[in-house]
Ligand binder design. Sequence first.
Ligand code: ASP
Length: 340
Amino acid sequence: MSKRRAFLQQLAVLFPAIPLLKLTQVDYQPNKRPISIATWDSGLAVNDKAWEILNTGGKAIDAVEKGANSIENTINCCVGLGGNPDRDGYVTLDACIMDENHNCGSVAFLESIRNPISVARKIMENTPHVMLVGEGAKKFALANDFEDAGHELSPTAQSEYQHWLKSSKYQPEINIEQRQSQKTKVPQKLKDGSFNHDTMGIIAMDAGGDLSGACTTSGMGFKMRGRVGDSPIIGAGLFVDNEVGAATSSGQGEEVIRICGTHTVVEMMRLGKSPEEACKIAIERIIKINPEKAKTFQVGFLALNKRGEYGAYAIQPGFSYAVKDGDDPGSVYPSKSYFD
Ligand code: ASP
């Protein structure tokens, strides 16, 4: 017998029960209580809409769609057809939705259709695909009775675009969505009556303990034509695993895509991290890639676990989220952040 073989045999005798190293997964016992959480101050109104469904025993998937639709139908900088256009002057929409059974649907680079989240849901339910983009997504929407709402910019977007054209420089702004509320520390209405905000991510649990999520945006204003961010990408802008939890993101999509952001957050919760800790680990992973560059952009993650616990973490201060459940009639919380 060779010396090496003898040595291995001795080891086997001495340590017969060394288990294989195994990651410990938490077995989440669902706390079956309706709860809705959504990004930014504007998540307050979105949660209210979702609550109409959650509070009457409805499904989380219907609640998140309804919540997302409500903000798509208002005029604001960053969601729906009233949002800021790309650098060629066209609004292009990205959105995705995911339910408790890993069903998911997504649209990207969709033009002239008012409710991208509902188109995404139709793709999820009525096609063998997950994602449709551009012309094909629009064709699908029109064939499914969505109206062509045209290309006209909202008055706010038109004036922002004219202003942008003067310098024509693509420079994503950190927390553009909170620009006004930062000064006053309370949500501020724009002149048109809407709240200024960013990508809307909403995740919810229904009375049956099932989770779903939706994410909808017009993306970074003045982006290159054809640019798609994280928001329509399952595992980047949104991820739901009904055994563990759900997460969504807002901020500079390119950086979220690089680390499969929301999938990372959910996997960290699977290993037992709290929602806030899980979001923090994903944020630190982004920062580690390029700490200097990370000082110049914002990313925020928001997460909910199967027990109904929630939390958030961002790179920069200024990210906020709204919560509504049986105990909380609707509050906005500031997220912790890596930089002060
Ligand atoms: N995440 C979105 C995108 O990259 C935009 C944002 O939330 O600011 O398109």
